[in-house]
Design a protein around this ligand. Structure first.
Ligand code: HBI
Length: 96
C-alpha cells in the first residue's frame, strides 16, 4: 500500500523539486513545460510516457501546441506519494 507523504516528507521532497508547485486539488505536484513547437512537446510526452510505464505511475497531463502541463498525484494513496516525487525527478532529468 503506497502512503501519502507527511508534512516533513513533503518539505524535504519539494526542496529538491524547485520547478514543481505543490497543489491541493488534487493533492500533488504540478509543472508547466514549454517547448519550441508541437513536435518537441510531443517528443517530450513520448519520453515521459515511457518513464511512466517503466514506473507503473502515470501523469495527469494536458498538451496545447508547444505546452505540456503535468500533474502528479497517486490515485492509490489519495494524494502525493513518493512515486510522484520519483517521477517528477525522472521527468526533470529528461531536460538536463
Ligand atoms: N498512476 N498516478 C498514478 N496513481 C496510481 O495510483 C497508479 C498509477 N498508475 C498505475 C497504478 N496506479 C497501478 O499500479 C494500479 O495501482 C492501478
Amino acid at each position: 500500500m503506497i502512503a501519502r507523504l507527511n508534512e516533513d516528507e513533503r518539505a524535504k521532497a519539494l526542496a529538491h523539486l524547485s520547478n514543481w508547485t505543490a497543489i491541493t486539488d488534487p493533492d500533488g505536484l504540478s509543472r508547466r513545460f514549454t517547448f519550441a513547437d508541437f513536435n518537441a512537446a510531443f517528443g517530450f510526452m513520448t519520453r515521459v510516457a515511457i518513464l511512466a510505464e517503466k514506473a507503473d505511475h502515470h501523469p495527469e497531463w494536458s498538451n496545447v501546441y508547444n505546452r505540456v502541463d503535468i500533474v502528479l498525484t497517486t490515485h492509490d494513496a489519495g494524494g502525493l506519494s513518493q512515486r510522484d516525487v520519483d517521477l517528477a525527478r525522472a521527468i526533470d532529468a529528461l531536460l538536463e
